[in-house]
Design a protein around this ligand. Structure first.
Ligand code: ADP
Ligand code: MG
Length: 712
C-alpha cells in the first residue's frame, strides 16, 4: 500500500502526461500528494442566494455563470463582470487589482462570489467581491460534471486553489474533484492508517479513510471539519515526532549559574530616563531566571519594532560583566552594530563598563587592540557584526551572547558561539513575532519571551496607499513635511534581475528631486553599490539631522533609530514582502508624535500584492502582520519548513489549529519518551513496529532516509 501512495500521480485514472505536468506545478507529484491536496474552503450551496432575491446591504454568496467580463473605460479604469444564475443578473465591479481580476475571470466561467450587495443604476451590484472560479461551464457540461440542477442543488462544494496551469488542462476545482474520486476509489480501504488506535481514540479522530472521503466529498460541515481536524492532527504529529527526535539527540551541558540583579544592573536601570514597561520587567525576570540556573540559557525574545528589546539585552550583558566575564552583542549589519555600540557605550560609561566595537572595517591596529583586550579576560562588552564570531576572535571568558536578528528567522549559529566560550547563555531577539506555541515548536529547545506592550505615548503610524501615478501630489506633501523641520525616508525596491534599472530609478529620482521640486532641501542617497564607508557616512549625516530626505534602496531596512524621521515612502510597495514593509514602517514614529507611511503602488498588482498592501493599511500590530504574512505566503514559505527539514503542512494551519498542535506535540513527545520540560529523555513508549511504521511514513513524506529514536 505504501507503494500505491508513493506512485506518480499519472497512475490515477484521468491523469495523462499533460495533467501530470500541470499538477506537478502545484507540488503534486505522487498519489499521496494528490489525496492530501486540501480544498481552500467549502461553499455551501444551500447558503447561496438566488440573485433575484438579493437585497441591498446583505452579505451574500452567489453561484452563477459569468456572462461578460471586461475592463470598462472611464475616468477611472475598472473591471466589470455580469453574472447570471438563471434567476437574475448581478454586476460585479473592481476598481483596484484590475490586472489580476482580468486574468482570473472570463466569460463562460462558473463562479462563486461573496460580498456585500449594493445598488447601482437600478440593478444589484457587488464591489470587490471575493470570487472562486470552478471551471468553464462548457468544459464542465461536456465532461458531465454539470447536471441541470447544479446551480441550486444542495451540498458542499470544495474549492481548490486554482492556477492558470491547472485551468488549461481542465483541472479547475470541479475537474480536480473528478480525478480525486478516481484516486480514492482505486485506493479504497487499502490505505493503512499511520496513527495508532490509541491516538485516534484519545483525540477522538476519524480514520484516515473517512478523513480523505470527508475532505473531498463532505456531505455536511461536520464531516468536512472532522476530516480536516484528523488530517491536521496527523501532519502536526509527524512534524512534532521529528522535533521530539531532535530534542532527544541534543546534549545537555552545564553552563554558568550567574548571580543576577547585581549592582551594575540596578544602577543601569535606575539611570534610565524612563521606567520599564510591565512587559519589559517580566521579560528581564524570565531571562534572569534562566541565567541563574546551572544550564545555559537558550531563549528567544520576541517584540515588535520599537518595543524596547535593547534594555533587556543590556541587562544580559551587564550580568555577564558582573560575573567577571564578557558579554557579546551581535547585530546583522554594520550600521546597527554601530548604533548599539554608541548607545550602550554612552549608557555604560557611567557604570565604568568598557564597550568594544568589532567590525570588519577597523584598522589593523585598532582591531588588534580589541582582540588583545578580549583575549586578556578583562570583563567587558563586545558589540559587532558577524565579525564577532570569526575564527581569530578569542574571548577568554565569554559568559553571555545576545543575537539581535531583527526580522531574520532563528537560524542561530549556536555551534560557532559555543566554540567561542564554555557554553555561553544565549538570547536571540527578533522583531517578527509569532505565537508562543509555534515558536516553541519551531525552535524546539528555545524558551520564548514576549514583549507585548509598547512604551507609553507611542502613536500608531498612519498608513496609506497611493498610486505611483499620483507622485506629484506626494512630493508636494513631502515638501510640507520637510519645511516643518522633519525628516523623510524614500525607499526603492531592489529586485535582483532588474537590479540595474531599480538602482537607476533611485538615482534618477534623487537627481530629479534635487534639481527640481525639493531643491531647497538637503538630500542624501544610499544604495548597495556604495562603499560601506560611503553608506555609513550618509546614514550618519541623516542621523545627525544634516540630511532632510534620504533616498535609498532597502539598505535602511534594519532597526536604525532616527527620532526626527516622521515619514517614510515606499516606492513599488507591492514588490516588498509583508515583514519587510512592517520593518520599514517601524523606521518612523520612534520619537513619539505622529508619523506617516506612504505605500506607493503600481497598477499591476498580483492577488498577493493586493493582500499584503491591504494588511499594512489594516493594522500596525506586528503579531497580526505576521499572521497575515503566514496566511498569504503559507507556512512552508514563511518559516522555510523545508529548510528546517520539516514536512510540508497542507491541511493544518499553524495559527488557527494551535490547540491541535499542542496536543500533537504532547503525544509525539510522549511516544518518543522525550519530556516537554527539557529533562533527560526516557525510552520510547511505543513498540518498535510502530516506530518503524512512523519512520516509513516520514521518509515517504520527506523524501529522505531518517533514523528515528536511534532505531535504524
Ligand atoms: P527595539 O525593540 O525595536 O530594539 P529599542 O530597544 O531600540 O526597540 O527601543 C526603542 C526606543 O524606545 C528607544 O529609543 C528606547 O530608548 C525607548 N524605550 C525603550 N523602553 C522604553 C520604556 N519603557 N519607556 C519609554 N521609552 C522606552
Ligand atoms: Mg532593536
Amino acid at each position: 500500500m505504501t507503494d500505491r501512495l508513493a506512485a506518480p500521480v499519472q497512475y490515477v485514472k484521468g491523469v495523462g502526461p499533460a495533467r501530470a505536468e500541470a499538477l506537478e506545478s502545484v507540488g503534486i507529484r505522487s498519489v499521496e500528494d494528490l489525496i492530501f491536496h486540501a480544498p481552500r474552503r467549502y461553499v455551501d450551496r444551500r447558503h447561496c442566494s438566488p440573485i433575484s432575491e438579493l437585497r441591498e446591504g446583505e452579505q451574500v454568496t452567489v453561484l452563477g455563470e459569468v456572462l461578460t467580463a471586461s475592463v470598462a473605460r472611464g475616468r477611472k479604469p475598472r473591471f466589470l463582470a455580469k453574472v447570471s444564475d438563471g434567476t437574475g443578473i448581478i454586476e460585479c465591479v473592481w476598481f483596484r487589482g484590475v490586472p489580476y481580476v482580468k486574468n482570473a475571470l472570463r466569460g463562460g466561467d462558473l463562479v462563486v462570489l461573496s460580498g456585500k450587495v449594493g445598488l447601482y443604476r437600478g440593478g444589484v451590484q457587488i464591489a470587490h467581491p471575493e470570487f472562486e472560479v470552478l471551471g468553464s461551464v462548457e468544459e464542465l457540461s461536456e465532461s458531465g460534471e454539470l447536471p441541470e440542477d447544479t446551480l441550486h442543488a444542495g451540498g458542499l462544494i470544495p474549492i481548490y486553489p486554482l492556477t492558470a496551469e491547472l485551468r488549461s488542462v481542465g483541472l479547475a476545482s470541479r475537474g480536480l474533484r473528478r480525478i480525486m474520486r478516481n484516486a480514492l476509489d482505486e485506493l479504497k480501504e487499502q490505505v493503512e492508517d499511520p496513527l495508532t488506535d490509541e491516538l485516534i481514540d484519545r483525540r477522538e479522530l476519524v480514520s484516515l479513510a473517512e478523513a480523505l472521503e470527508g475532505l473531498h466529498f463532505p456531505r455536511s460541515d461536520e464531516e468536512a471539519e472532522s476530516a480536516r481536524r484528523r488530517l491536521a492532527y496527523e501532519e502536526f504529529f509527524f512534524m512534532e515526532l521529528l522535533l521530539a527526535d531532535r530534542s532527544r539527540k541534543i546534549q545537555r551541558r552545564p553552563g554558568t549559574p550567574f548571580r543576577t540583579w547585581g549592582p551594575l544592573v540596578r544602577e543601569y536601570l535606575e539611570g534610565l530616563d524612563f521606567s520599564l514597561t510591565r512587559a519589559q520587567q517580566r521579560v528581564v525576570a524570565e531571562v534572569f531566571e534562566d541565567m541563574g540556573s546551572p544550564y545555559p540559557m537558550s531563549r528567544l525574545l520576541q517584540g515588535d519594532v520599537g518595543c524596547g528589546k535593547t534594555v533587556v539585552a543590556a541587562c544580559v550583558l551587564l550580568t555577564a560583566v558582573e560575573q567577571g566575564m564578557q558579554g557579546a552583542l551581535m547585530a546583522p549589519t554594520e550600521i546597527l552594530a554601530d548604533q548599539h555600540a554608541r548607545r550602550l557605550r554612552d549608557e555604560f560609561s557611567r557604570l565604568d563598563v568598557k564597550v568594544h566595537f568589532l567590525s570588519s572595517r577597523l584598522s589593523g591596529t585598532e582591531r588588534e587592540s580589541v582582540l588583545r583586550s578580549l583575549g586578556s579576560g578583562t570583563p567587558s562588552v563586545a558589540i559587532g557584526t558577524h565579525a564577532l564570531i570569526q575564527h581569530d576572535v578569542d574571548f577568554s571568558a565569554l559568559g553571555a551572547v545576545v543575537v539581535d536578528e531583527q526580522h531574520r528567522f532563528g537560524v542561530l549559529q549556536r555551534g560557532e558561539l559555543q566554540a567561542k566560550g564554555s557554553d555561553p547563555d544565549v538570547l536571540v531577539m527578533t522583531a517578527t513575532p509569532i505565537p508562543r506555541t509555534l515558536a516553541m515548536t519551531l525552535y524546539g529547545d528555545l524558551a520564548v519571551s514576549v514583549i507585548d506592550e509598547m512604551p507609553p505615548g507611542r502613536q500608531p503610524v498612519e498608513t496609506c496607499r497611493v498610486p505611483l501615478t499620483k507622485r506629484e501630489k506626494v512630493i508636494e506633501r513631502i515638501g510640507e513635511v520637510l519645511a516643518d523641520g522633519k525628516q523623510v525616508y524614500w525607499v526603492f525596491p531592489l529586485v535582483e534581475e532588474s537590479e540595474k534599472s531599480d538602482l537607476a530609478a533611485a538615482v534618477e529620482s534623487y537627481d530629479w528631486l534635487r534639481s527640481g521640486p525639493l531643491g531647497n532641501f538637503r538630500l542624501g542617497l544610499v544604495h548597495g553599490r556604495l562603499k560601506p564607508e560611503e553608506k555609513d557616512d550618509v546614514m550618519k549625516r541623516f542621523r545627525d539631522g544634516e540630511v532632510d530626505l534620504l533616498v535609498s534602496t532597502t539598505v535602511i531596512e534594519v532597526g536604525v533609530d532616527i527620532a526626527g524621521a516622521t515619514m517614510i515612502l515606499v516606492e513599488h510597495a507591492e514588490r516588498f514582502g509583508l515583514a519587510q514593509l512592517h520593518q520599514l514602517r517601524g523606521r518612523v514614529g520612534r520619537g513619539g508624535g505622529k508619523a506617516t507611511c506612504v505605500l506607493l503602488e503600481s497598477e499591476q498588482l498580483t492577488e498577493e500584492g493586493e493582500r499584503r498592501l491591504a494588511a499594512m493599511v489594516e493594522t500596525t500590530d506586528g503579531f497580526r502582520i505576521a499572521e497575515a504574512d503566514l496566511d498569504i505566503r503559507g507556512p512552508g514559505e514563511f518559516f522555510g519548513t523545508r529548510q528546517h527539514g520539516l514536512p510540508d503542512l497542507r491541511v493544518a494551519n499553524l495559527i488557527t489549529d494551535q490547540r491541535l498542535l499542542g496536543e500533537a506535540r504532547e503525544d509525539a513527545f510522549a511516544a518518543l519518551g522525550v519530556a516537554l520540560d527539557g529533562s533527560d529523555p526516557a525510552e520510547p513508549s511505543v513498540p518498535i513496529e510502530i516506530l518503524d511504521r512512523w519512520r516509513m511514513t516520514l521518509e515517504r513524506r520527506l523524501g529522505q532516509r531518517i533514523v528515528l529514536a536511534d532505531i535504524a
